[in-house]
Design a protein around this ligand. Structure first.
Ligand code: HEM
Length: 164
């Protein structure tokens, strides 16, 4: 599995497709998605971006729950994140949620690298489905980067998100 990371370019249009429902089914629907995302966050705790996340156990648990719900819905499962998004389109809401954090390309790469490890531990999931899910993550995550190496900030507009 390649799971490559492509580079973010400030202000570029980002093309992506929401993940296929087949991926959601193959990981084992709600329960499987929970296992995957909790594994991911266990690794986040050990990563270079642990400092971004709450150290308080209950607060961290709340993030895990919301994150799991988001991924269930974005992968075509039940609309369990709908109420969180406050009426906004899901991807738009997700871009704006990240505005509160200074996210650099380096932290994006760490986030993706951590997710890659969690995905590599999946058993019996077709590689093509994992690559498809990865493509969403690789592309969509570009819209969460808002702090650049020249010291500038740039908050992606939802109009830059091109859902193919
Ligand atoms: C594909 C890209 C990404 C997706 C889909 C995603 C998804 C999410 C979701 C669903 C949440 C929980 C939102 C809620 O409160 O309801 C969240 C929170 C968060 N994400 Fe991301 N994320 C992505 C990339 C990143 C990256 C690259 C970073 C880099 C550090 C990051 C850092 C955070 C932080 C710090 C929080 C909030 C923690 C808090 O509320 O204290 N995310 N993300």
């Amino acid at each position: 599995m390649s799971m490559e990371i492509t580079e973010v370019k400030k202000g570029e249009a980002v093309h992506f497709q929401n993940p296929a429902k087949e991926f959601y089914k193959a990981v084992g629907e709600e329960e499987g998605m929970r296992t995957l995302m909790y594994n991911f966050y266990d690794k986040i705790y050990e990563s270079d971006i642990a400092n971004f996340f709450p150290q308080d156990e209950e607060e961290f648990e709340a993030i895990k729950v919301k994150n799991t719900k988001f991924f269930i819905q974005i992968c075509g499962g039940p609309k369990v994140y709908e109420d969180e998004a406050q009426g906004m389109e899901l991807n738009e809401y997700m871009i704006r949620i990240h505005d509160d954090f200074s996210i650099t390309e380096k932290s994006r790469i760490e986030w993706l690298g951590t997710m890659r490890e969690a995905l590599q531990e999946l058993e019996d999931v077709n590689e093509k489905l994992i690559e498809d899910f990865w493509s969403y993550l690789d592309n969509f995550s570009k819209l969460t980067v808002n702090s650049f190496s020249d010291g500038s900030t740039y908050y992606a507009a939802y109009t830059q998100a091109k859902e193919d």
